[in-house]
Design a protein around this ligand. Structure first.
Ligand SMILES: *Cc1c(COP(=O)(O)O)cnc(C)c1O
Length: 414
């Protein structure tokens, strides 16, 4: 392994909180962000997963005879847990080979009159192919829920992600851009559906002093430790403990509880989020500029494939998502970099059927492209704390790891 970086880098570029953010203020987080992003009104919930659960519960009531929810087979385990908690059936869709989007042909084979919703997912801040999901949904009369948990601020043709499907949601969890430690935002284009989402939440979501109190303390901890001096304690050490135990799922925090808490977000956390949100546009611009500066360097490494914006889209850049030629090279790169405090990690460890702890709620389907994506991908933090020198060290490490490949096939570079 590379020598450990003395000050730990986070795996994603979260917006750091400042002491002044912690002062009381107006609880205007949802309305401020809706104005900033140009979306319909946003409904604040206690997590992205809670937002999805409320969306699914609402749709289930509208179409009670439909029970299936189609999700990409490589996505956050919390999505599978939300489907289960909504009392619905998970239907996996394999990916396009070498891409995080659902494969259009596979999507059509899994959708039918039993399909309630399709969940295209804007992974790593990149904008997903929502149009294809919309077309497949319209063919069978299903809804589309955009999972924009990793893409707050991403746009297509100038319009925020989340606004093309019937429903969209964002995450405000720790490390995901703007954070109130745990939070989510729900939106719907159609005012009637928006009202139904609000009604579902009014019915299902209680005030829970115990949960909100815990989240306030966690938010204070996050504000204190989400900086290079604190991340070793909060992130790096637990990561390395998990890796030493041979438990990568725990190491990256993919081992979620199987019950999703539901409670209202208190005024103080909303005020903290509203204060921090004033810095979000400039922060996202800074990250995009840094990513665009670094992408060409990565592309020059033969064997590295790195995801950029597709035409007409302006994504966000929490981290750079890479594919290496095969699992052997990817694992060799991680061997050097994962525990080194350099912000290199994996996005999700497995395709959904391969998490042992989810075996009771995820169908065992053959999803070779999702498994391939899990085996070959890695992420490089786009945190502003990563210096050009750090980034160059990562690139040189990738070059060294991939050198045997280039030696054996000199024309395959690029
Ligand atoms: C994090 C995440 C979620 C869940 O959001 P939380 O706010 O953590 O509940 C859902 N989908 C994807 C793709 C995510 O990355």
């Amino acid at each position: 392994m590379l020598p450990r970086r003395p000050r730990e880098l986070p795996p994603t570029a979260g917006l750091p909180l400042q002491a002044a953010d912690l002062r009381p203020g107006a609880a205007t987080l949802a309305s401020d962000l809706a104005r900033q992003l140009g979306t319909p009104p946003l409904q604040l919930e206690c997590s992205g997963t809670a937002s999805l659960l409320i969306a699914l519960t609402t749709l289930r009531e509208l179409q009670p005879q439909r029970r299936r929810v189609v999700v990409p087979a490589f996505t956050c385990p919390l999505v599978a847990i939300a489907v289960q908690q909504a009392g619905l059936e998970l239907q996996l869709c394999d990916l396009r080979l070498g891409h995080f989007d659902m494969d259009p042909a596979a999507l059509r084979t899994v959708c039918d009159e039993r399909t309630l919703a399709i969940i295209p997912t804007h992974l790593a801040g990149r904008v997903a192919d929502v149009d294809d999901a919309m077309a497949a949904a319209r063919d069978v009369g299903a809804y589309v829920i955009e999972d924009a948990a990793q893409a707050l601020g991403a746009r297509r043709d100038g319009i925020s992600v989340g606004c093309t499907g019937d429903i969209g949601f964002f995450s405000l969890a720790a490390g995901k851009g703007l954070s109130i430690y745990e939070g989510g935002l729900l939106l719907a284009r159609d005012p009637g559906l928006r009202q139904r989402l609000a009604d579902t939440a009014a019915r299902l979501v209680p005030r829970r002093f115990d949960w909100e109190c815990r989240r306030c303390i966690e938010l204070l901890g996050y504000a204190a430790l989400y900086r290079p001096g604190g991340l070793r304690l909060a992130y790096g050490n637990p990561l390395r403990r998990g890796l030493r135990r041979g438990d990568p799922v725990a190491a990256v925090g993919d081992d979620f509880a199987l019950t999703i808490p539901l409670h209202r977000v208190g005024r103080w956390r909303q005020a903290v989020g509203a204060h921090a949100a004033t810095r979000l546009p400039a922060f996202l611009d800074q990250l995009a500029a840094q990513a665009q500066r670094r992408l060409p360097r990565l592309r020059r490494i033969g064997g590295v494939e790195v995801y950029d914006d597709s035409a007409g889209t302006g994504g966000t850049w929490p981290f750079l998502l890479l594919l290496l030629p095969d699992q052997k090279y990817r694992d060799a790169a991680l061997e050097q970099l994962w525990g080194a405090g350099m912000g290199v990690s994996r996005l999700f460890i497995h395709a959904l059927p391969d998490y042992a702890y989810l075996s009771a709620i995820v169908p065992q389907q053959d999803v070779p492209h999702a498994r391939d994506f899990a085996a070959r991908s890695l992420s490089i933090s786009n945190s502003p704390w990563m210096t050009d020198e750090d980034f160059e060290t990562i690139c040189r490490t990738l070059e060294a790891v991939l050198a045997p490949m280039r030696a054996s096939s000199p024309h395959s570079a690029g």
